[in-house]
Design a protein around this ligand. Sequence first.
Ligand code: MLT
Ligand code: ZN
Length: 453
Amino acid sequence: MSDIEEVLRGIVGPGHVLVDPDLRAAYETDWTRRFTGTARCVVRPRDTAEVAAVVRACAAAGVPITVQGGNTGLVGGGVPDRGEVLLSLTRLSDLEPVDELESQVTAGAGVTLEKLQAHARAAGLDVGVDLAARSAATVGGMVATNAGGIRVLRYGSMRDQLTGLEAVLADGTVLTRLAGLAKDNTGYDLTQLLAGSEGTLAVITRVRLRLVPLLPARAVALVAVDGTEGALALLAAARSRLATLSAAELCYADGIDLVRAHGRLSAPFAEDYPAYVLLECAAHSDPTDEILELLADCDAVQDATVAGDQVGRARLWAYRETHTEAISAAGVPVKLDVCVPLRELAGLVAELPGAVAAVAPGARGIVFGHVNEGNLHVNVLGAGEHAEEVTDAVLRLVAQRHGSISSEHGVGRAKVPWLELSRSEAELAALRRIKTAFDPDGILNPGVLLPVR
Ligand code: MLT
Ligand code: ZN
């Protein structure tokens, strides 16, 4: 056993330093199975003090660290590259009582979204962010990657929920800012700087989040449209008329076919249509009539089915939410998460198949996403050895259409070579200066977000 592993055992206890390859394996490959690497060991601290001691020990030994939450990220940001200490935060699962006066809660980085939702709901409140990986995604990882999900339309992404955090810097210093003040103009906003920094500036150990009203009445509509333009027309109508709109999701016929085959789901409509939009409204009183009125008036609607009860809503959500699982069951996809201004969305969707076919003949693209944000998840199956060319082709199209190469998943390891498509040289230089100021020796998540120096 090497010195650093002995030191780490002394900090977290012998049972929480995993060196056996079989025990490390689940941490070394990401959810998509596309990104994999070798960790020197996996270390599992239980609180902030242990995280700080681990970071200090690694810094003293010059050993880099890969930080990991629920390992549900989709861009390889939480898996090791070559021989880092993998710092798993899942044991930081303390959850404080909900502060009902402030409508906020403080949670350990390792608390899963599902646990946080149950906790908030028991107090009559809810979490503003929701996403399909809720049972495994941890709030620390979600803040570190500024996760988005299905309710960004109404409540924003993870950074919009954040009122404070606690984090360990690269030298082991602990920053604590958990008062959750609604107004706090005292200089640089370190909380917001660390949100979305993908573990490259500090290790987030606790987060303070604002909560939103628990809305008991929900209605979901799955709407058939004639394509992307139809989806955008429906979105515009929904945004102007539905004050209670909380989700607007887009998928296409090929994705629905895959999901149906995977989950043995029946067809949503008697006929097939080119595209589908799922709308959800949430309120204190039943919003079904509001949705029905909109659907009756909107020319873009080809057909629609609406559910107000929980079982019916879940049945409609399954057509959208099981895309990720169904795609993964069909192979290891190249997953790209992009957004463009809404005026560019239909053009981008139309040119994607040709762009993919030109570099990876026979590959198959499945597209779905969060239409309100112009956010498409482009999943390419069967790209084989052409994964890089597919990534390059798609991301260049996105850049030409003034979009972002990462809308909500982050940069991770997957998109580092393409960051310059979304960030100017001046911005990249500023990012590098911030990284150097926080982590001068480059021990936190090397190779994630920015190239290794
Ligand atoms: C989603 O919106 O379902 C997630 O971002 C997951 C994915 O892109 O596969
Ligand atoms: Zn998404």
